[in-house]
Design a protein around this ligand. Structure first.
Ligand SMILES: Cc1cc2nc3c(=O)[nH]c(=O)nc-3n(C[C@H](O)[C@H](O)[C@H](O)COP(=O)(O)OP(=O)(O)OC[C@H]3O[C@@H](n4cnc5c(N)ncnc54)[C@H](O)[C@@H]3O)c2cc1C
Length: 456
């Protein structure tokens, strides 16, 4: 698609959501740059979390021609076993089969650094020239005509809009808040620290399989104030173990190696499988980190020429595996809105007005807010039920659900709605992706001829 309107997006953050935005903007013909504060993009040795790629994202990856590549680095899970913290099995889950039934496709776990490398490497060489590492955004100014972004190295970037894909502690979100309050000190704004951590988590991975663990094994542990998840890929095994904090915090805490060791002393004896404790997994670790798990959703996704996506908008724990997938959906809906904005502009060569940009951002928030809210609520509920936050969580999780097969019904009631509400790029073909017993609510208009636009 060739646009005759000068329009340029500055995407701040080259994380998994920013890289996805690079793909969808490129396919929509939206000119862009990505500014990433790290000195390299998609580094192989980055934090070793696993990321679950859910059916709605697989559907988008099929549109982008990346499905086979992601499936090749991903693993589908066998049915999982749920144990108590002393290793007693009491329940089973089979989310891959449930996804297949409901959505026509399962889900895959991938190693986050490998996913990032794949996304980066799949961009055409000339598009990769639009991605700039070593650029930490410091301030943003907006005018009637555009935006000026200043980086800590003194460089300036000018564009039409800023897309904040800079994570949970977003600088872009801070700038947006400041600009709003400068214009009107009593305006409704996002909280300065909008996300609250009630749990903290050790997450890590190992390249040599822990004893007794085979590819596709899935284990959950549910306990009082603690829970864990182990997922075994064909080459790597990922583990996550969360613990309720003494009191919730909005602060950003950086844990040290010593904190990690204390954590292990405190809870390392708890089982993650029927035979392996957290300590056993820790012994085999290739990487391991301790971090607070912030949760929440902001109220204002945009202001002026600034719009937010991904973890800058909402934060979920790993329990439902939806964080990145939710951010990808932000990017899809935003891309559709921007493309429509450019296509509907009737005055060639004239910059798209701020009023029209704000209207497009308004539509983006209107469509996304209820769906993201649903996903965040579901994540909070699963997190608390799995860590037996109340006696009734324990009773339902330990005694009722395993006997009634209720876990599938809970999954159906709380996770499926956000999934089937997912959108695709409305201008690309869906390449005959299957659907399941619960149809997708949104489809693409499909048009194979528009799949390779390029940036102008
Ligand atoms: C243990 C664990 C397991 C998880 N499992 C899953 C899962 O199974 N499924 C799932 O969907 N999600 C999962 N998540 C969540 C997922 O990792 C996040 O939702 C996702 O990484 C969000 O991507 P993002 O690009 O929005 O933010 P980030 O990943 O935080 O990336 C933000 C990027 O912006 C850059 N940046 C920040 N500030 C600036 C600045 N001022 N200037 C320039 N660049 C800047 C950062 O360097 C970074 O590269 C998990 C998370 C954890 C911790």
């Amino acid at each position: 698609m060739t646009t005759s309107h000068p329009f340029r997006a500055i995407i701040v953050g080259g994380g998994p959501v920013g890289l996805m935005a690079a793909h969808t903007f490129y396919r929509a013909g939206v000119d862009f740059v990505v500014l990433e504060r790290q000195n390299a993009l998609a580094v192989p040795e980055a934090a070793g979390a696993g990321i679950g790629v859910m059916p709605n994202t697989l559907r988008l990856l099929a549109q982008l021609g990346l499905l086979e590549a992601v499936e090749a680095i991903g693993t589908h899970m066998h049915p999982g076993t749920v144990v108590t913290n002393d290793g007693q099995p009491f329940s089973t889950v089979d989310t891959d089969a449930w996804c297949k039934e409901f959505h026509g496709t399962g889900w895959v776990i991938v190693h986050r650094p490998e996913l990032m490398q794949l996304l980066y490497g799949a961009l055409p060489e000339e598009i990769r020239q639009h991605l700039f590492p070593g650029k930490e955004v410091e301030t943003i100014e907006t005018t009637e005509e555009g935006v000026v972004v200043r980086c800590t190295d003194g460089s300036l970037e000018r564009g039409s809009i800023v897309v904040g894909a800079d994570g949970a502690h977003s600088k872009v979100r801070d700038c947006m808040r400041r600009i709003t309050l400068q214009e009107s000190p009593k305006a409704a704004v996002n909280e300065e620290k909008p996300f609250v951590a009630t749990y903290r988590c050790v997450f890590g991975h190992t390249v040599s399989p822990p004893p007794g663990i085979s590819p596709r094994d899935e284990w959950h542990m549910h306990g009082s104030g603690i829970s864990s998840l182990l997922l075994a890929g064909s080459e790597k095994t990922w583990f996550m173990f969360s613990q309720k904090l003494p009191k919730p915090t909005r602060e950003r805490r950086r844990y040290t190696e010593k904190d990690l060791e204390s954590f292990m002393e405190e809870v390392g004896h708890a089982h993650c499988t029927s035979t392996l404790t957290l300590n056993d997994l820790y012994q085999t670790r290739t990487s391991c980190y301790l971090t607070d798990l912030h949760e929440g959703l902001i109220q204002h996704f945009h202001h002026d020429r600034i719009v937010l996506v991904g973890d800058a908008v909402n934060k979920q724990t790993y329990n439902t595996g939806q964080g990145w997938n939710t951010g990808v959906q932000d990017v899809v809906v935003l891309t559709n809105k921007l493309r429509a904005l450019m296509n509907n502009e009737t005055n060639p060569g004239v910059p798209i007005s701020k009023r029209k940009i704000e209207a497009a951002f308004g539509l983006y928030q209107k469509e996304r807010y209820p769906v993201v809210q649903q996903a965040v609520k579901a994540s909070m509920m699963f997190t608390r039920t799995e860590a037996w936050n109340h006696w009734y969580d324990w009773f339902a999780d330990r005694h009722v659900l395993p006997r009634t097969g209720g876990l599938k019904l809970i999954y159906r009631a709380f996770l499926v709605p956000a999934n089937v509400n997912a959108q695709v790029l409305d201008f690309l073909d869906e390449n005959n992706r299957p659907s399941g017993t619960i149809p997708w609510l949104h489809g693409s208009k499909g048009n194979k001829s528009e799949t390779s636009p390029g940036i102008h």
